[in-house]
Design a protein around this ligand. Structure first.
Ligand code: J2J
Length: 538
């Protein structure tokens, strides 16, 4: 079996410890600490449920012991595909307490992605809700368990049918294992997937908890803060920047929104006294527009964080007038590096940049395509290395060869400019993915699906600017003979059981793709030309 490892070179690890970044904290110890220090405070609110830290921890500890009693062993991986409900936090903390490694899938993922995550991570168990957002996860789990030999256990929150109900996992916390090595891998997060299927990102206790602690500090969280999780809790932004984990690190209250819609969230902000919320740009713009009409009481809201995709500065300027709160831009990635504009920064920084790194030990290198550093003020490729950025993906030699330099810098694929004070402005990206309202879609992955269609001879997928989504996906399809109807292609893709957000927003048929005298041009260049052709037309 392939155990996740996160090899920080010894010299850098020693430096991060000496600097006090890595303090040997682990998730199981963190849960005990918050239960101890903040026991009576409300840890999480969701629907009609409110759990204190003591209650959340007690539940997590009993579940953890139940998971081990079922035959799982510390170090085993467990795929978690859960919506924004308190039980999700219970499950994640339980996995940590049991020394099991959560692997996170988004609720929108379907069979294709889930099977990939299960296989890549060698997960032995899969945690799902019975139903969420109109989708029944049990038939999916049934199918996967019948077809993937490594998947032994399915745990269901709600009506379990033949599976194990979360509530039935009730063990003796005295049986829980000793705390893990702080430098060991705590969980696997999923990558945005710029080439092919998502890669798995191994994060350690030491590195992630450092980013949580600093994120909570930078975002001004105290035990009196109330963090609204409006985006899916499995997303790295919602989890860690500062996210619900950062909020709980600080002993604050996490308020879970079932959906990010303005009516739902405005009500929660008012009723629960939410102080900080995090959104992707299209939702922030939706909230701004809705607030004009709905005139909600958002007086408790001090900070709106916006990240996951570029927030246009004109939109950033509208946040305070419309919502009455400060805006904080967040430019992060599940692989590590997170940048924040700081609370109280001047307006031009807050509206015009995507922030600066968390850590003085985040090494930021901006290069031209030949790999030579460019001066500040000049756009270039962002590479980074530091105390909470991974050094390798889990079990993926090809991706590692592509994504990391010999001395351990991660190639983010983003094109940025560094300005005064180390603030970064995102200019674009070098990789071919579509950032659709913060959801990253690999062009290559979608092209591969399209090429499997019998009536498709060739296909090229590109991103197109979109007023509502930031970017939408457009598939150029060269048919084999008569072109099928776009709706037929879309339906066919949905039947391939992929996340709905990956189905092309637009399908255009072409007679063929450009070739040059020396043969076929690269797909990268082809995508660039097709993108340009759309921009010319619009
Ligand atoms: C432009 N592009 C951005 C921004 C991310 C905090 C916040 C976001 C993520 C995230 C995260 C951007 N402006 N403000 O994990 O902890 C694009 C970049 C980046 C990629 C990473 C966090 N914020 N992006 O979005 O792993 O292209 O993480 O490399 O999903 O999103 O995507 P992801």
């Amino acid at each position: 079996m392939n155990h996740p490892v996160q090899p920080f070179p010894a010299d850098r690890a020693a430096r991060y410890r000496a600097a006090g970044h890595w303090r040997g904290e682990t998730f199981p110890a963190l849960l005990r600490r918050v239960a101890d220090e903040d026991g009576d405070r409300i840890a999480v609110v969701g629907g009609t449920t409110r759990w204190s830290y003591a209650e959340m921890a007690a539940r997590a500890h009993r579940t953890a012991a139940g998971l081990l009693a079922m035959g799982l062993h510390p170090g085993d991986r467990v795929l978690v595909q859960m919506p924004n409900i308190p039980e999700t936090l219970q499950v994640v903390w339980a996995l940590f307490a049991a020394g099991l490694l959560p692997v996170y899938a988004l609720p929108a993922h379907r069979r294709t992605e889930v099977a990939h995550f299960l296989t890549r991570s060698d997960a032995r168990a899969y945690v799902i809700p019975d139903r969420a957002d109109g989708f029944d996860y049990r038939p999916l789990a049934r199918d996967l368990r019948a077809n993937l030999s490594g998947l032994e256990h399915v745990i269901v929150v709600g009506e379990a049918e033949e599976f194990i109900a979360l509530d039935a996992l009730n063990g003796d916390p005295a049986t829980l294992p000793a705390d893990p090595d702080p430098q060991s891998v705590a969980f696997l997060q999923i990558s945005g997937g710029s080439t092919g299927l998502s890669k798995l990102i191994p994060r350690t206790h030491d590195d992630y908890i450092y980013s949580l602690r600093e994120s909570a500090r930078i975002c001004g969280l105290t035990p009196d803060s109330r963090y609204l999780a409006a985006l899916p809790v499995a997303h790295n932004f919602t989890m860690s920047s500062p996210g619900w984990l950062g909020a709980q690190y600080a002993g604050a209250t996490v308020v879970l929104a079932p959906r990010p819609a303005p009516d739902v969230c405005f009500r929660l902000i008012r009723d629960e006294g939410v102080t900080i919320a995090a959104l992707v740009p299209p939702l922030a713009m939706l909230w701004i527009d809705a607030a004009r009409i709905m005139k909600p009481d958002l007086s408790s809201l001090a900070v709106l964080q916006v990240g996951g995709a570029k927030f246009p500065s004109e939109a950033a300027k509208r946040v305070r007038p419309a919502l009455g709160c400060e805006v904080q831009q967040v430019f992060g990635m599940a692989e590590g590096l997170v940048n924040y504009t700081r609370l109280g920064d001047p307006d031009d920084i807050v509206t015009g940049t995507q922030g600066r790194p968390i850590s003085p030990d985040d090494e930021v290198m901006i290069t031209d395509d030949a790999g030579h550093p460019v001066p500040d003020g000049t756009p270039g490729n962002l590479l980074t290395r530091g105390p909470y950025t991974i050094n390798a993906y889990h079990n993926d030699a090809a991706a590692n060869a592509r994504s990391f330099t010999a001395d351990g810098f991660y190639r983010t694929g983003d094109i940025v400019v560094r300005g005064p004070g180390g603030y970064l402005t995102v200019q674009g990206r070098a990789t071919d993915h579509i950032n659709r309202a913060g959801e990253k879609i690999s062009a290559e992955e979608i092209e591969d699906h399209l090429l499997a269609h019998p009536a498709v001879f060739d296909a090229v997928v590109v991103s197109v600017p979109d007023p509502a989504l930031g970017e939408r996906s457009c598939a150029f399809v060269q048919p084999r003979g008569e072109a099928p109807k776009p709706t037929a292609i879309r339906r066919w893709m949905a039947e391939r059981e992929i996340a709905a957000f990956k189905i092309p927003d637009e399908i255009r048929f072409v007679d063929g793709f450009a070739t040059t005298a020396v043969g076929k041009i690269s797909r990268k260049e082809l995508r660039a030309r097709l993108r340009a052709s759309i921009e010319e037309l619009s």
